[in-house]
Design a protein around this ligand. Structure first.
Ligand SMILES: *[C@@H]1O[C@H](CO)[C@@H](O)[C@H](O)[C@H]1NC(C)=O
Ligand SMILES: *[C@@H]1O[C@H](CO)[C@@H](O)[C@H](O)[C@H]1NC(C)=O
Ligand SMILES: *[C@@H]1O[C@H](CO)[C@@H](O)[C@H](O)[C@H]1NC(C)=O
Ligand SMILES: *[C@@H]1O[C@H](CO)[C@@H](O)[C@H](O)[C@H]1NC(C)=O
Ligand SMILES: *[C@@H]1O[C@H](CO)[C@@H](O)[C@H](O)[C@H]1NC(C)=O
Ligand SMILES: *[C@@H]1O[C@H](CO)[C@@H](O)[C@H](O)[C@H]1NC(C)=O
Length: 517
């Protein structure tokens, strides 16, 4: 062949392999062996959402118990939840059957250390040791989160929780207990779950515990708080507490335990509301205010300039020592991802003097109401790819675990959760595409393992691979189509065969003869 012909031929090959690549992954079919051998697949829950036994064996309430009991989760609460406190062995067996490599769960701070500080509760310690041992014995890696919206209520009452610097010391002591007691078996620690939405929701709009906000920014009425600066202050203390726990781990435990400590952040895809430069710039600002808020301090030791400019003195400043402690204080980043939003320019908001964090961004997220409803999430796997690409190019491509991703359905939906299968299929495929394009993703956790008590939805809508029958005093669990699909994928099957699975599993699903109200 002449050199030009040879070039044309390899170009053709290149185009062909690209098209085939798109067909195989984006277009539908892939299987587990397309992922690196050490890529971890799991599923997750959190303490208050599944444990139940809320006032058993010495546990005291967290701010989440208080929130739920005040009726903000559609009247539901986590008093019983899935009773995982008593049924953990059965649940671990379901994980084994599903073929999970790993289980992501959280420790209830107020179960382990009632009132948040002081002596360790031996029964709390016993429970988490049992759970961890059960997982390890069955070959399932524990990935543990320390704070998931559930600060001990006692610390909220004593000193307003995350608004006070006292929390840094108490959180570090709590982390110390966890590393000391469980770190011989737990290698993956997440300090705080999605602090970026926790700070905004809990101190800005008041929609999550401890429900602080001030007019006109409240989405639910609250008698205390100040939305203009409390989200920044809470986030600041979370970064300091997080980095203090990481420093402790490095100094005291890393050498013997060889584990990893990270933090997880809530992410979403952004779509410019109109195809204009203004709306595209608004998308950039939203990304900065959403996760740049945490990633830039973690990478460079300081908040993004844009945030400092727009929030002025309302955003706290790091001292030199703090900045050095925060900088580089992570081994991995957890990515929480469900959806995408349209974003539009709102730079006029910057002209007002009384501003919250949302006004400071000069951008508006549209359709947030959808999150508060019970609609299913739109299928937009590209949005997760966009997020992973942003972490790759702007934030140094850290090791990442997809800590949460999953589809919401109404609680009376059928066990034939085809939309959840389609969602997981699309998003796991997009993780594969990102991996192939150089993203440093190490694992993926479906949210959630069981139908759990959800923060805003209560029991009104659900995410589980396994259904929990709440009308049954035994709270029996039943696999959904998605559990069967995930199991087959984890065992090496191709994934595009939703229809096949339905056919194959149809009879056994029907034979359960069980309907959910
Ligand atoms: C899984 O994917 C690999 C590589 O893409 C392929 O060689 C193999 O045949 C696939 N396995 C199944 C069961 O489809
Ligand atoms: C919140 O704080 C700002 C700035 O300190 C102040 O101007 C505003 O009056 C406060 N609002 C409330 C409701 O306390
Ligand atoms: C979101 O933006 C797209 C264009 O990018 C538009 O077609 C769609 O109608 C918008 N959706 C909403 C809810 O505004
Ligand atoms: C679930 O319940 C709602 C309200 O009672 C009803 O409108 C809907 O049709 C039910 N869905 C299913 C799948 O049964
Ligand atoms: C793949 O990575 C390159 C380099 O970072 C980037 O330019 C490109 O947009 C990425 N592709 C996708 C689909 O994210
Ligand atoms: C996994 O797949 C193999 C065949 O590829 C089969 O023999 C085995 O029973 C499957 N395991 C489970 C747990 O389904």
């Amino acid at each position: 062949m002449k050199p030009e012909a040879c070039f044309a031929f390899s170009l053709l090959l290149c185009i062909l392999s690209f098209v085939v690549g798109v067909l195989v992954s984006g277009g539908g079919d892939y299987n587990r062996s397309d992922f690196p051998v050490d890529f971890v697949f799991g599923s997750g829950t959190s303490a208050y959402q599944v444990e139940g036994a809320a006032d058993e064996d010495g546990r005291t309430p967290s701010i989440w118990d208080t929130f739920a009991h005040a009726g903000f989760a559609h009247g539901g609460n986590g008093d019983v939840a899935c009773d995982a406190y008593h049924k953990y062995k059965e649940d671990v067996q379901l994980m084994v059957e599903t073929g999970l490599d790993a289980y992501r769960f959280s420790i209830s701070w107020s179960r382990l250390i009632p009132n948040g500080r002081g002596p360790v509760n031996p029964k709390g310690l016993h429970y988490y040791n049992n759970l961890i041992n059960e997982l390890i014995t069955n070959g399932i890696q524990p990935h543990v989160t320390l704070h998931n919206y559930d600060l001990p209520q006692a610390l909220e009452d004593d000193y307003e929780g995350w608004l006070s610097r006292h929390v840094i010391k108490d959180f570090t002591n709590y982390a110390d207990v966890c590393f000391r007691e469980f770190g011989d078996r737990v290698k993956y620690w997440t300090t705080v779950n999605e602090p970026n939405v926790f700070a905004k929701g809990s101190y800005g709009t008041g929609i999550s515990p401890p429900q602080r906000c001030s007019p006109p920014f409240c989405m639910i009425p609250s008698s205390k708080g100040n939305s203009t600066f409390e989200p920044y202050l809470a986030a600041h203390h979370i970064l300091l507490a997080h980095s203090s726990a990481v420093r402790l781990y490095k100094r005291k435990y890393r050498e013997q335990q060889h584990g990893f400590v990270g933090i997880s952040l809530y992410t979403f895809g952004t779509v410019p509301q109109t195809n204009t430069e203004k709306d595209r710039a608004a998308c950039e600002r939203i990304r900065t205010f959403n996760f740049g808020w945490f990633m830039e301090p973690l990478l460079h030791g300081d908040y993004p300039n844009l945030m400092k400019e727009n929030a002025g003195t309302r955003i706290p400043a790091f001292t030199t020592r703090e900045s050095e402690q925060v900088k580089g204080s992570y081994d991995f980043i957890g990515i929480i991802h469900y959806s995408k939003f349209n974003v539009s320019d709102n730079s006029d908001a910057l002209k007002t003097t009384l501003r919250d964090i949302s006004a400071d961004s000069g951008a508006k997220i549209l359709g947030v109401e959808d999150i508060l409803g019970d609609a299913e999430y739109p299928m937009a796997p590209w949005a997760l790819q966009e997020v992973l690409e942003t972490f790759k190019t702007l934030y140094g491509n850290p090791p990442m675990f997809i800590h949460e991703n999953g589809q919401r359905t109404v609680s009376n939906a059928s066990l034939q959760d085809v939309s959840r299968v389609q969602y997981l299929h699309g998003y796991i495929g997009s993780v594969l595409d990102s991996l192939r394009n150089g993203s440093n993703v190490k694992g993926y956790f479906v949210w959630s393992f069981l139908d759990a008590f959800e923060l805003l939805d209560g029991y009104k809508s659900i995410f589980g691979l396994y259904s929990v029958d709440r009308n049954d005093p035994e709270l029996r669990r039943y696999p959904k189509l998605s559990a069967k699909w995930y199991k087959q994928f984890l065992n090496g099957s191709r994934t595009s065969l939703v229809g096949d699975i339905e056919l194959k599993e149809g009879s056994s699903l029907a034979s359960l003869g069980h309907s959910f109200q």
